[in-house]
Write a new protein. Structure first.
Length: 294
């Protein structure tokens, strides 16, 4: 959250399309910082929280867009953005799309907005609603660099900003890549607790061991990035595939504990495939190449 404002400086007015849980959190942060806010939601009653705090509710999305040059969309999906803005005049507008979508969605929506006379910025929110306005929340942005620079301070009010490039699809790509890493971690945590579920174990005490262990292991992402960029997958490897893939302890223990191997087995299989291809002296970096389909 950006607090670097003079108390007398005028705040940029903006329009917010979508007042669900995330939209409401964003709108509340902008209102608290003194930004005049126009809001619209397909279900009008859902704007009540923000209008009670000073926002102005528009009767239609087109009316909301007409109210301000800076327009932020935080809707259900890409299709809902197109539907909401179908009758709106986007000429001269700066459209910031914080609706979750794919890189292809973002690129197509950027072209769509440009054809209608608007500048376009796509965003990926790396936070849940309670995090908005607090340290740690950030939004990935990609698209029109001029739009980002002009509105950077306003966009930084509810969450930190990370501009990742002019390609409109990059924010969505980064977003999904980060979430994929998160869900991979969730899968590992799920399997770990399944192993312990039937044992005489204090699960909270185990969590106290698991969290610092995962934090310590997360640093391997820097090694993987470095090896992928250099093309050298073997220098400095301390735990190679010959050691990891050749050991069936993980899967045998799961079977002994009455736990399905469906979360762990695909990764073990990838390691074994890479090992069988003659890469036993590598770490897991080469699995990235196995996953690529083009």
């Amino acid at each position: 959250m950006n607090d670097d404002f003079s108390s007398s400086a005028p705040r940029t007015p903006l329009t917010l399309l979508g007042t669900g849980a995330m939209g409401t959190a964003l709108g509340r942060a902008w209102l608290a910082a003194g930004h005049p806010l126009t809001v619209w939601n397909r279900t009008p009653e859902r704007t009540a929280e923000l209008t009670a705090e000073g926002a102005v509710a528009a009767g239609s999305a087109a009316e909301a867009v007409a109210a301000n040059r800076l327009v932020v969309a935080c809707l259900l999906d890409d299709a809902s953005v197109g539907t909401a803005l179908e009758g709106a005049d986007l000429t001269g507008r700066d459209l910031v799309n914080l609706t979750t979508g794919t890189p292809a969605d973002a690129r197509a929506r950027s072209a769509w907005a440009t054809e209608r006379g608007a500048r376009f910025l796509d965003g990926g929110i790396m936070a849940v609603p309670p995090m908005i306005g607090a340290p740690g929340a950030f939004v990935l942005y990609s698209g029109d660099p001029g739009l980002f620079q002009e509105h950077r301070d306003t966009l930084a009010v509810p969450a930190g900003t990370e501009y990742v490039g002019a390609d409109p699809g990059l924010a969505a790509l980064y977003d999904v890549a980060l979430l994929s890493g998160m869900y991979g971690m969730f899968a590992g945590v799920t399997h770990a607790f399944a192993l312990l579920r039937g044992a005489d174990v204090a699960l909270k005490e185990f969590a106290g061991l698991l969290v610092p262990w995962l934090n310590a292991m997360a640093g391997m992402a820097h090694d993987t990035a470095g090896r992928l960029e250099s093309g050298d997958y073997t220098t400095g490897v301390v735990s190679n595939l010959a050691m990891q893939a050749g050991n069936d302890t993980l899967l045998r223990t799961a079977v002994e504990q009455g736990v399905s191997t469906e979360l762990l087995a695909p990764f073990v299989e990838l390691m074994r495939r890479r090992l069988a291809d003659g890469h036993g002296d590598e770490d897991t970096t080469g699995l990235v190449d196995l996953l690529r389909t083009r």
